[in-house]
Design a protein around this ligand. Structure first.
Ligand code: PGA
Length: 256
């Protein structure tokens, strides 16, 4: 049985301590004792210590939006995995479409970072997803398969079960609405089948696959009963505590 998980990356939308503390406090008050669903928040690096303090004693975990591709050394401007671990982060987001398109991150870098996460005991949330060009050229399956292989291959069989695959169709990020329920259900099923074919059935049954891309309270309601959707990765529509709570509760199926 896969436990449901809902998380949010604040990207750089939250860019001040004031905003971060208001939002983290609101989330802690509303969802701090949540047990049915795993929860995580990924703030910008300098906000991690404050977020950690706000979530102290709650069930809400936190993490980083990225780590450096190397363990240490001459990597100006990068953040080492060791510090992320020492800050007591639980999760690290990897391979987000914005990192790929704006900062030239590659599958190979993702694979190395997954290895670093395993070494330091951090759970990677690896984003995968096709672009609209992939759809036009009828190569979505191939793109997803390639990304899954890079995400999982550099991890030990035991660690692979912990990795979270975040399916984020690139064309559905930053839009007014998420992809349709049917499209998401179909693709999540395909992702699970790809994991089964390239790795094994046990892993495909255990690995959590979450959906991201313009997730709103409505999306959460629609996806709450979709078998292969184990969680949600929330962006803009989770930047108000009340909305984030609604997303979590809707996904639990509480408003059905
Ligand atoms: P969005 O972000 O919900 O603002 O589209 C989603 C994401 O990129 O994870």
């Amino acid at each position: 049985m896969r436990k449901k998980i809902v998380g949010s990356s604040w990207k750089m939308h939250i860019n001040s301590f004031d905003e971060a503390s208001t939002l983290a406090q609101g989330i802690a008050e509303r969802l701090g004792s949540e047990e049915e669903v795993d929860l995580f928040i990924l703030p910008a690096f300098p906000l991690i210590t404050m977020t950690k303090a706000m979530f102290y004693g709650t069930n809400i975990k936190f993490g980083a939006q990225n780590i450096a591709v190397a363990e240490k050394g001459a990597h100006t401007g990068e953040v080492p995995v060791k510090l992320v671990k020492e800050l007591e982060c639980a999760y690290v987001e990897l391979n987000h479409a914005e990192r790929r398109s704006m900062y030239n991150e590659t599958d190979e870098m993702t694979a190395i970072k997954v290895g670093l996460c395993e070494q330091y005991g951090l759970t990677p949330i690896v984003c995968i997803g096709e672009t609209s060009e992939d759809i036009e050229r009828d190569r979505s399956r191939m793109t997803l398969r390639t990304q899954i292989l890079w995400a999982l291959e550099n991890a030990s069989p035991a660690f692979r079960e912990q990795i979270i695959l975040a399916y984020e169709p690139v064309w559905a990020i930053g839009q007014a609405e998420s992809a349709s329920k049917e499209y998401i259900a179909k693709t999540h099923k395909m992702i699970r089948e790809l994991v089964k074919a390239d790795f094994n059935e046990d892993l495909s049954n255990k690995i959590r696959i979450i959906y991201g891309g313009s997730v709103s309270p409505e999306t959460a309601l629609q996806l709450s009963d979709v078998e292969d959707v184990d969680g949600l990765f929330v962006g803009r529509f989770g930047l108000q505590a009340e909305n984030f709570e609604k997303i979590v509760n809707n996904f639990k199926g509480e408003s059905r």
